[in-house]
Design a protein around this ligand. Structure first.
Ligand code: AGP
Length: 605
């Protein structure tokens, strides 16, 4: 959550900071602010509630010139949305921006007698004052002392009044990446802010101090020794982080799914079989485990639910899916015989990261499916399988979900092969089936007709229900989440047979029920469940494979996907569900890419 950017260099800092904040805005968009040294080395702070566009208007009016500064876009945690709570925070000679949560801010407030000084309600301002109290002219020394006293997650960027042209930074858990580029030195909470300037960057090591000046970046450990960070290469281009003619990032990312699927699958295919040699993932990992435990949040957790429904019947070992925020406080049943699969687009979701740590402490082997290269989860797992979706900017996850599934499907196939559950021919056929899902996704992306029509109906209603059985139920969980988060329509997903144990009481005239019926072995049962809701007046949207015969009047809208093996219908169905949510949000004239109260990366509990 919260976007951070810092710059020192020959160019005009204002436009670099504001441009960077626009790129980072998806991380948080309650308020935004910048701090900069002017040409006479005086520090100025401008901050405003609302989006970066609002901050831009104010900064442009000021027409300030600067070559060093830092900016922040906020997702409120401690303290409401107000100008005072926006970052940067000033504390004596210190100016500070923060991403994360300081857990011991209350006791620090008392210990350092800050009650009367604080202007905001934020934990970040407390950190700024604690730093000021440690500061006696040596920034690194003061930051080292600050780090000793901070409990919690933080990425700080700091300016000291008497060190013009310099930005200092330190992180614990919360991400920071940095680069020295021909345009100057840059630091940011994620790569999207760096890609206009460079392809080479480094992940700021935890508990290391970074110093940016106009001509270099230096990294120090807490004892003051210089450290050379490992340089990494960005494999996205600028286009990947732009809308490229699409009205919203979400729609662009829905369209990018077939390509993202190919990028994730094809490099891992050898002679028609999944092959993770280049990822450094040994078959032994799949052969040895007694059970699988998937851990994730939100959409990533829903990908795990699909994988469970896919894997358990073939592998015949227990597959459990846990919500990371629950798992991390449990005494979980995992041990050396468990393969823990961690799923995360960002690789920085704090609950998922904590769950990974707990699973490791119980001796489990950990394999992470992550989209963002070099992210904390990727680095802390025993093995990592990167998805190649490119940057996902819209808060609602779309292409990341599809490629997480693709990765999980490949793991399932490889595991079935090495455990003798699939013959070579069956594994090849499985992979062919997975590849066949890509043109089916393309077909659904091109059509989009029914979804627009359907969205017009949905937005008249307060509730929507998604029902399905088996794999279809697992898909419906994601459909409901998508609709809720961007259209603000209440939506719930139910195993179709469960509806009559309570929820059917909510079905009345015109309540939309989106029924997914792509699984042949339960198709007849699903149709019975559809009849039950239809009999109570529901507005039924039925999703099936093509060539399926249904009785007239059973569905108000019938959306058909191309014929596929049952195991792969999730891919075109995901496209339909994403488009339904998208057009519902557009129809309500909402902020599709940055829905209220949300942020892209959830780096706080
Ligand atoms: C869904 O659209 C959301 N973006 C959200 O549920 C997300 O999937 C979740 O926060 C997990 O994020 P991660 O994949 O980056 O860990």
């Amino acid at each position: 959550m919260c976007g951070i950017i810092g710059y020192s260099g020959p160019l005009e800092a204002g436009s670099i900071l504001l441009g960077g904040l626009s790129q980072l805005e998806y991380r948080g968009y309650d308020s935004a602010g910048i701090a900069y040294f002017d040409t006479s080395s005086k520090v100025h702070v401008v901050k405003k509630t609302g989006k970066v566009a609002r901050l831009k208007e104010t900064v442009e009016v000021m027409k300030a010139s600067s070559h060093c500064g830092m900016g922040h876009t906020r997702w409120a945690t401690h303290g409401g949305v107000s100008d005072e709570n926006a970052h940067p925070h000033r504390a004596g000679r210190v100016t500070l921006i923060h991403n994360g949560i300081i857990e011991n801010y209350h006791s620090l407030t008392q210990e350092f007698h800050l009650e009367s000084q604080l202007i905001s309600q934020t934990d970040s301002e407390v950190a700024a004052w604690v730093l000021e109290s440690f500061y006696s002219g040596d920034p690194k020394e003061a930051i080292r002392k600050l780090a000793e006293r901070m409990d919690g997650a933080y990425g700080f960027c700091i300016m000291f009044d008497d060190h013009p042209g310099e930005i200092y930074a330190i992180r614990n858990v919360s991400p920071l990446v940095a680069a020295y580029t021909p345009s100057g030195a840059l630091i940011a909470s994620d790569l999207t802010a760096l890609i206009p300037y460079t392809k080479r960057y480094f992940v700021v090591p935890e508990q290391h101090i970074v110093k940016l000046t106009g001509y270099k970046i230096s990294v120090f450990d807490l004892d003051g020794a210089r450290v050379m960070p490992e340089m990494l290469e960005i494999n996205w281009n600028m286009d990947a982080a732009m809308k490229n003619g699409f009205p919203h990032f979400m729609l662009k990312e829905i369209h990018e799914q077939p390509e993202a699927m190919k990028n994730t699958i094809l490099p891992r295919m050898t002679k028609g079989l999944p092959d993770f040699t280049d990822d450094g993932i040994p078959d032994q990992l799949f052969e040895d485990c007694r059970e699988i435990h998937m851990i994730a949040c939100g959409t990533a957790m829903h990908a795990g639910m699909v994988a469970k429904a896919l894997m358990e019947p073939v592998l015949r070992i227990p597959v459990t899916v846990s919500i990371a925020s629950e798992f991390r406080y449990e005494d979980p049943l995992v041990d050396e015989g468990t393969l823990v699969i961690i799923i995360s687009q960002s690789g920085e979701t704090i609950d998922t990261l904590a769950a990974l740590g707990l699973a490791k402490s119980y001796g489990a082997k950990t394999l992470a499916i992550v989209n963002v290269k070099g992210s904390t989860i990727a680095r802390e797992s025993d093995y990592v399988l990167y998805t190649h979706a490119g940057p996902e900017i819209a808060v609602a996850s779309t292409k990341a979900y599809s490629v997480q599934l693709a990765a999980l499907y490949m793991i399932s196939c490889r595991m079935s092969l090495v455990r003798g559950k699939f013959t070579r021919e069956q594994a090849e056929a499985f992979l062919t089936g997975l590849l066949d899902a890509i043109p089916a996704m393309e077909t659904m992306i091109e059509r989009q007709l029914e979804e627009k029509h359907l969205a017009a109906h949905l937005i008249q209603q307060h509730d929507t229900f998604f029902i399905g059985r088996g794999l279809d139920y697992a898909f419906s969980l994601e459909g409901a989440l998508k609709l809720k988060e961007i259209s603000y329509i209440h939506a719930d997903a139910y195993a179709a047979g469960e509806l009559k144990h309570g929820t059917i009481a909510l079905i009345s005239q015109d309540v939309p029920v989106i029924a997914i019926a792509t699984q042949e072995h339960v198709f007849a049962k699903m149709i019975s469940n559809v009849r039950e809701v239809k009999a109570r007046g529901a507005f039924v949207i039925l999703l099936t494979k093509e060539h399926v015969q249904i009785d007239e009047g059973l569905a108000d809208i019938h959306i058909k996907i191309p014929h596929l093996d049952d195991r792969f219908t999730v891919f075109p169905i995901a496209v339909i569900l994403q488009l339904i949510a998208y057009y519902a949000s557009v129809g309500k004239n909402l902020d599709v890419d940055q829905p209220r109260n949300l942020a892209k990366s959830v780096t706080v509990e």
